[in-house]
Design a protein around this ligand. Structure first.
Ligand code: ZN
Length: 451
């Protein structure tokens, strides 16, 4: 049987296979949305017109592709920049041993296209940042199965930047592309519905993501208490000192992991710390979050259901944040995350950064705040501003070597010394957002000592 041919709409529509969906889409029901019109058109839209983008073809992505394809969606796209590794195979069930080393997006698409003749999956083996607005605009709905918070924030920013406004400043609803976001970590998971501009976005609830754990170097070096401290010590200090393989540390090389495991064990013995295991070493080195197939299945199913509701508008979307935990029995609840008035991404309000004393606060302190404050959590911000004389000035930029060197001296200067005024606006770019953000300095102490 030919498998590469596009889905055949008549085959799709006639099949008895969709009788279950017809009951939902062609009949009235008590819980239907007010503006829902039962009609065969609903199923036809799902199968022939609705374009859905799935971001990520990993644990959640495989589940999402399978769920949506079997639910009758005919036009799916999937983006993933990763290749398949052996350790993926226990849960990323669209992949086989012979696929190791190949693109996740391409293999997943091929599998679904072979298996579900009514669905055509188009793979994109690249990063989400490789595409611009014109690509994302093509989709009716975007669903994310990501493990990266930076990528989530980036796509969230992209969808917000694509909103168009009417003359009275209200959002043109035609410019809204709903985003369904699923996430899992071990036995915990969540699914949420984001209508950009209307409901809470990723940045509105950024403080729900705990900042990445970084152990202080002094603890690691002098007073280790946890097995993780010992692993970090070997990774950060001993590896460079002893250079055991004459190569940079490779978290995928079992010999490297084994070397770190032995050294970390020795250090743990010295400090009477227990709990060093090979898996823990791997986890710390590669920042692995353990993945549980059943959690992925539940969360992907919840996300697929929301995609279905939005695509057919048969029922109201979930409002708007579903939490799930199957660590000890099963526990779940749904609540409505609120849109934040001061959200970095979706409010038009200027973001105030309160500075206690501009004469003692250095630019480096400001950058540190931007990285550490729960509401910002930036990664490597680049800062520019417009000075009083109207000239654009780059205060700090780390990504270009020559500019970094030229602006490094600013880091140790105080805001007063840099000539930054109370109320001054800083334009900030960062990997967490496709667009620049503006931050306004607010001084507590008004007097600036000009030196
Ligand atoms: Zn927001």
């Amino acid at each position: 049987m030919s498998v590469a041919s596009p889905p055949n709409p008549s085959l799709a529509l006639q099949s008895k296979r969709w009788n279950g969906l017809r009951h939902v889409l062609e009949r009235e029901g008590l819980f239907c949305k007010d503006d829902f019109t039962p009609s065969p058109d609903n199923l036809e839209f799902l199968q022939t017109k609705c374009k859905v983008l799935i971001i990520g073809a990993g644990g959640l992505g495989c589940e999402l592709l399978k769920d949506l394809a079997l639910m009758g969606f005919g036009d799916l796209h999937v983006i993933d920049m990763d290749i398949i590794e052996l350790s993926n195979l226990n849960r990323q069930f669209l992949f086989r041993r012979t696929d190791i080393g190949a693109s996740k997006a391409e293999c997943a698409a091929r599998f679904i296209n072979n298996r579900v003749p009514t669905c055509k999956v188009t793979p994109h083996f690249c990063k989400i940042q490789d595409f611009d607005e014109s690509f994302y605009q093509k989709f009716h709905i975007i669903v994310c199965g990501l493990d990266s918070i930076v990528a989530r924030r980036w796509i969230n920013g992209m969808l917000l930047s694509m909103l168009r406004y009417e003359e009275d400043n209200s959002i043109d609803v035609a410019s809204i592309i709903p985003m369904i976001d699923g996430g899992t970590e071990g036995f915990k998971g969540n699914a949420r519905v984001i209508l950009p501009g209307f409901t809470a976005c990723i940045e509105c609830t950024l403080d729900l993501f705990p900042p990445q754990v970084n152990y202080p170097l002094c603890t690691i070096a002098n007073t280790p208490r946890l097995p993780e401290h010992c692993v970090e010590y070997v990774k950060l200090i001993q590896w460079d000192k002893e250079s055991p393989f004459g190569a940079p540390l490779d978290g995928d090389d079992p010999q490297h992991i084994a070397w770190i495991y032995e050294r970390a064990q020795e250090r743990a013995n010295q400090f009477n710390i227990s709990g060093i295991t090979y898996r823990l070493v791997q986890g710390v080195i590669k920042h692995i979050i353990p993945a549980v197939a059943s959690t992925n299945a539940v969360i992907a199913a919840a996300c697929a259901m929301e995609v279905f509701k939005l695509a057919t508008s048969c029922y109201d979307s979930m409002a708007n944040y579903f939490n799930f935990n199957d660590l000890d029995g099963i526990y779940s609840y749904t609540y409505e995350a609120e849109k934040s008035d001061s959200c970095l991404a979706c409010s038009n309000a200027p973001q105030l950064l309160t500075i206690e004393d501009p004469n003692t606060t250095t630019l480096e302190d400001v950058i540190k705040e931007l990285c550490e404050l729960p509401r910002f959590q930036l990664k490597s911000p680049a800062l520019t501003t417009v000075m009083a004389d109207g000239k654009q000035r780059t205060l700090y930029l780390a990504s270009v070597k020559s500019i970094e060197e030229a602006t490094r001296k600013n880091l140790t200067q105080s805001l007063g010394e840099l000539g930054l005024q109370d109320g001054q606006q800083l334009t900030i770019t960062d990997v967490t957002s496709p667009t620049a953000i503006t931050i306004q300095l607010k001084y507590q102490a008004n007097e600036i000592e000009m030196s």
